[in-house]
Design a protein around this ligand. Sequence first.
Ligand SMILES: [Zn+2]
Length: 315
Amino acid sequence: MARLVDYILGHQDIIQKMIESFEAGKPGQTFLFVGPSGVGKKQTAIALAQALICQQSLRGCGQCPSCFRVASGHHENLKIIQPDGAQIKMEQAKEVLEFLSFKSLGGSRVIIFDQAHLMNSQVGNSLLKTLEEPPEGTFFFLIAPSVAGVLPTIRSRSRIVQFKPLSMDDLNKRVKAPTWALKSANGSFEKLATLQDGPELETRQKSVEILNVFLKDNDFILNEMWRSEFKERAQGQRILSYWLGFFRDAIALQEGAKEQISSIDQAPLIKNLAEINRKRLLSLADGVLLAERALIANRDSQLVMEEYFVTTKNI
Ligand SMILES: [Zn+2]
């Protein structure tokens, strides 16, 4: 058994500051954790809940029965609300209010709202008063990808805590992954897991294959090999996002900034791309951005790609 805060990767500055403010008895019981998904916001909230609920110390002792129960996911003073389907529902808000109406069993109470941006204004309104002035010893941690998605009324009643992406070293401490995946994960365990997913690896491999043929074939538009992969818009978007990464890597190589290259497992492709003159390379990358925008706007992906191949052909 141990203190959960010791197991959080990165974010130690946030944890330290918050624990110090709990110890100093500073005001503020409603916190809004924002930042990219998969960096550990919820784990941090649970670890801080353990510290708050601990019977021994506001730093969490990791040894007492309370610490043990929080770590095992069951403590009567901790409530974690996850969206029920696509949103946080009114019944869940009522459940929280009822939870708070019980006489405290002693110790702090902590409520975590995961994906707090999925709370509509009706649900939010029912909680406003409580979030603004939580009962003594009650703490709220609301978690969301960004401040923008959260109801303004909730935002204004919360202390906003901004989480940063994790470093590559931090990711690497917990997960064994190839360097290209660590570099492409943008500091998120969630993204890292997706990148290593079988179907996703296949899509990436396809994106390499198509790009290799595109570079060699002057009449690529007549080549049928790419069409099936761009039949579905989502798949097309994935492929384009990999291409953009490869083009950026090639530009980094041209600049001699090798340390900035993400897809180091694709050295031959990046080297080939880096031999293309800068003007064409930039137009290939710009074209991808335009094509991505067209796909987001629901245009037919095969048509969008035909345009891409035609407009970038002679630059
Ligand atoms: Zn304890």
